[in-house]
Design a protein. Sequence first.
Length: 144
Amino acid sequence: TNVGDIGSNMDEADLAMSGISAHLHERLDFGEIRRRRVQNYRLLDAQLEAGVRRVFDRMPDGVCPLFFPVIVDDKAAAANALRTRGIDALEFWNDRVESGREMSEPARLLRECVLELPIHQDLSPGQIAYVAREVSALSQRAVA
């Protein structure tokens, strides 16, 4: 089932975990994964230039972040520029919703401008520093 497309199809409501997923689930240290994600989020936040527009001014207590969201003027162009530098930036929410239908203007702005930066647990501090440098440089070029 696609992420974000759960709908209400009862044929897909009783999905079971695959054997390999169950095998991995028993062996993963979820506390350590959470710790590393929080650490990487905070490390990236501390290293990004002030001109990089963050969605949140701080990460709320108790959150285990999936990514680091930033606001960009052109999401597709920013994602492509980062991908050419080896950074897997994600573009969620790319489907369009017509004006005036089920979405406020602030929500529409977030949908159009939020780019997700990687902070997953397998990234090292050096890789986080690289992401910070490249995103900061991209932000400076966009302003110039």
